[in-house]
Design a protein around this ligand. Structure first.
Ligand SMILES: Cc1cc2nc3c(=O)[nH]c(=O)nc-3n(C[C@H](O)[C@H](O)[C@H](O)COP(=O)(O)O)c2cc1C
Ligand code: SF4
Ligand code: SF4
Length: 247
């Protein structure tokens, strides 16, 4: 079974490609957070790196008492990222080991367009397509390795142990919903509220309002809004919206 979390489609694309090549089923992590997970043969987890660590949804998944894993099961982690993987693999491993006593047998990463548009500019469609084409080659390599049963840590572009210390505070600050606001171009369609993975948005008087102090800060609401009406401070307007072409 392949589990994934994805806001703009990168990790979902990886999960789907692995599923097709390895004849596995795919399930969003959000659908199993309150169910039991029995792993007899293989579990692959695919998620995006956030702040050198893991998205809050993945932290919850890795820490939940829902796993029943057989002794011989193969556990594989695949992290998507834009520029560096920080300490994401070691943080995920720490949470999972504390919860289940198990570590991942194989860990991989795939470099993809960086959807953190408060910093990165994704308006150059050619550059974005090139990055996605290179990512597909990386995914081909991962599929080959998984098929022949290669184990070990193959995560690239790490930022060292200090990111393990920096990640919690960095993510907490950056994920304050006070960073998000809606512009007058909003047409009140409600898609942002409907699709928020942590139910942090409510529609009031035809406009989204953020009801929690912090959210996962996946930027799904910003990138998927049909009017590009949601912005993060004054940092995102010129950097475009992004969705993986297969999403
Ligand atoms: C809140 C947040 C923090 C992120 N932090 C990092 C980071 O520290 N390093 C990095 O390389 N990419 C970072 N990214 C980029 C994503 O990891 C990358 O674009 C990922 O492929 C998005 O996956 P998705 O399309 O499945 O949501 C961040 C994205 C978000 C939304
Ligand atoms: S998705 Fe965009 S247009 Fe639709 S309600 Fe949300 S902010 Fe408004
Ligand atoms: S409010 Fe927006 S950025 Fe925050 S978790 Fe929901 S969809 Fe993601």
């Amino acid at each position: 079974m392949i589990y994934y979390f994805s806001a703009t489609g990168n990790s979902k694309h990886v999960a789907n490609r692995l599923a097709e090549a390895l004849n596995e089923s795919v399930t969003p992590v959000l659908e199993v957070l309150n169910l039991g997970i029995k792993v007899d043969d293989r579990m692959i987890l695919v998620y995006p790196n956030y702040c050198g660590g893991v998205p809050s949804v993945i932290r919850e998944f890795l820490q939940k008492n829902i796993f029943q894993i057989s002794k011989d099961a193969k556990l594989i982690l695949v992290i998507t990222y834009g520029n560096n993987t920080g300490a994401s693999s070691s943080i995920a491993t720490k949470y999972f080991k504390k919860n289940t006593g198990r570590t991942f047998d194989a860990m991989y990463s795939v470099k993809m367009p960086d959807n953190w548009t408060p910093v990165f500019d994704l308006t150059n469609a050619e550059e974005v397509a090139e990055t996605n084409a290179k990512a597909d080659e990386e995914i081909d390599g991962i599929i080959r390795k998984i098929k022949i049963g290669v184990d070990g840590d193959h995560v690239g572009d790490k930022l060292g142990k200090f990111m393990e210390v920096v990640y919690p505070g960095f993510y907490k600050t950056l994920s304050k919903t006070s960073h998000l606001h809606v512009e007058d171009t909003c047409i009140g369609c409600g898609l942002c509220a409907k699709n928020c993975p942590v139910n942090a948005i409510e529609m009031k008087d035809g406009k989204p309002t953020w009801t929690k102090k912090n959210c996962a800060m996946c930027l799904g609401c910003l990138h998927r809004c049909p009017k590009f009406a949601i912005q993060y401070d004054d940092k995102t307007k010129d950097h475009g919206q992004y969705l993986h072409p297969d999403s």
